[in-house]
Design a protein around this ligand. Structure first.
Ligand code: BGC
Length: 523
């Protein structure tokens, strides 16, 4: 299929190749890995608001909700085992993503995906058939292990399979499939909640469907050429590359992949490198961006929207329906980001999204404060109050979904130079999972103690992160990955960390003689 689009390669050379149906199909199947992550984010909130689920596993919470009507609204759901149910998954994901990085490197991306699918499926079965809290938590931990493996290997797989010019869109495509997973889970919760005694089993067991898809997908999918080269299977890699790109002339791309692989093997101490002064800006971003992404408070909504809506006075069905609405807004607003990220730039989206979230957090604080005050006792305010709260929560979610949501993953992946990419990316993933765990674990307790001030807590961080972006994040829109170092050198603050004789901030990809093609991130 000569004559198709060509892709930039080493020293401006161009790689011939097409966006073949084969590569498209493999990428769609691989992106299902985002679905399992999203499904989990969305499912736990709905399940933990289902009375029959609470009655069976968390009777104290159930009793507080039903019998004791005088109880402070803010503290109705405050229960350590209940939060452990949600958050244990993320701690497990953090640990397994570290293990997965070795499996992915040594045995290929497919094996990581396959392991992820199988372990995840086991977790879903245990959860669906749970008889006690221990089974629930063990199930969640297995799901977490599965997600750690999938999140480690899927984005890597996508970026290696995708042709150069479609790589950015496919990156946010992964985030899009996370939001689709969240929405599907919200919708299923809404319907399954009506199945009186065992609807929660269907919600939890439903995770088997994406798990089976990713498991079968991993068996059928080819391994990436990069991974084959990395593991010394060069003949197989060249044959695979021809099939993926739909052309016979793949010599340039193949040679560049070999050089890239050899070069990254020369870097002996990426972790130690990371501590060098000239990598201070990168290390700062690797930690700050995922930390701030979680401190927007988004997962308070993603995990606990139905619980939150019940707290402000919605009935069970209305609470679950509100979660469906926020899930829909989250997905649609992600499309805006795909459209705008290369037109308006990252900084604009970060700052606009930040301002939007801040305003909404202030309004929600006022509404909840007026209704419950500091005592948490319900005063008789009209129902439209709750509707205003949901409306502003939707505007808040939209703000997140076109800023910190996708950019929280995209920006770190495009700013690290090759020699520290592996280590820096692992830090980003781990910090994200750790703070997801922390927020999930402490939210209900924070609601109980900070009361309506909870939203001010997150609003404070939104101000800090917006100032951080304004002063410290250079615009990376339209900058080739191998020229990113100049962005730091020219920055008013970070410039001082980049030695003059090393304006390239370490060896640029070009100087190292490797492909102009963005080098695969090694997680
Ligand atoms: C975040 C998740 C969040 C999701 C919401 C992702 O970028 O990492 O923590 O739940 O967006 O769509």
């Amino acid at each position: 299929m000569a004559g198709g689009p060509v892709f930039a390669g080493k020293g401006g050379r161009e790689y011939p190749g097409n966006l073949t149906p084969y590569v498209l199909a493999t990428c769609i199947v691989a992106a299902m890995g985002g679905l399992i992550f999203g499904y989990d984010i969305g499912i736990s909130g709905g399940v933990t608001s289902m009375p029959m689920f609470l009655k069976r596993f968390f009777p104290d919470v159930y009793r507080k909700q039903t019998a004791d009507t005088s109880t402070n609204q803010y503290c109705k759901f405050d229960s350590v085992p209940l939060t452990l149910f949600t958050s244990s998954l993320y701690l497990a994901a953090l640990l397994s993503s570290l293990v997965a990085s070795t499996v992915t490197r040594k045995f290929g991306r497919r094996l990581s995906m396959l392991s992820g699918g199988v372990v995840f499926c086991a977790g879903a079965i245990i959860n669906a058939s749970a008889r006690n809290v221990a089974m629930l938590i063990i199930g969640r931990i297995l799901l977490g292990f599965g997600i750690g493996f999938a999140n480690q290997s899927v984005p890597l797989y996508l970026s290696e399979m995708a042709p150069y010019r479609y790589r950015g869109a496919l990156n946010i495509g992964f985030q899009l499939s996370i939001t689709v997973g969240i929405l599907i889970a919200n919708v299923l919760n809404y319907f399954f909640a009506n199945i009186h005694n065992w609807g929660w089993r269907l919600s939890l067991g439903g995770a088997m469907v994406p798990a089976i898809i990713i498991t079968i997908g991993a068996i059928l999918l080819p391994d990436t050429p990069n991974s084959l080269i990395e593991r010394g299977k060069k003949d197989e890699a060249i044959a695979k590359l021809k099939r993926i790109r739909g052309v016979d002339d793949v010599t340039d791309e193949f040679n560049d992949l070999v050089v890239a692989s050899d070069t990254s093997k020369l870097v002996e101490h990426p972790w130690r490198n990371l501590l060098e002064r000239k990598y201070r800006p990168h290390l700062t971003m690797a930690i700050a961006i995922p930390f701030f992404q979680q401190l927007t408070g988004i997962n308070v909504i993603m995990f606990y929207a139905p619980v939150l809506f019940k707290t402000i006075g919605f009935k069970e069905n209305a609470s679950l329906m509100s979660a469906v609405i926020t899930g829909g807004v989250n997905m649609v607003a992600t499309l805006v980001s795909i459209y705008g990220v290369d037109k308006w730039g990252r900084r604009f989206l970060f700052l606009e999204g930040g301002a939007q979230m801040l305003i909404c957090q202030i309004v929600v604080t006022i509404c909840i404060g007026l209704k419950f005050g500091v005592t948490g006792e319900v005063s008789s305010l009209p129902e439209w109050y709750a509707i205003v709260v949901v409306l502003f929560i939707c505007i808040y979610v939209a703000g997140f979904a076109w800023s910190w949501g996708p950019l929280g993953w995209l920006v770190p992946s495009e700013i690290f130079p090759l020699e520290i990419r592996s280590a820096a990316q692992s830090i980003t993933v781990s910090v994200n999972m750790f703070f997801t765990f922390v927020i999930a674990q402490i939210f209900l307790n924070m609601l109980c103690h900070l009361k309506f001030g909870l939203f001010i807590f997150f609003a404070f961080f939104v101000v800090v992160m917006s100032l951080f972006i304004y002063f410290f994040l250079p615009e990376t829109k339209g900058i080739p990955i191998e020229e990113m170092s100049m962005v730091w050198k020219n920055h008013w603050y970070w410039g001082r960390y980049i030695p003059n004789d090393d304006a390239s901030n370490g060896l640029s990809a070009l100087e190292m003689g490797i492909s102009k093609e963005p080098v695969k991130p090694v997680y």
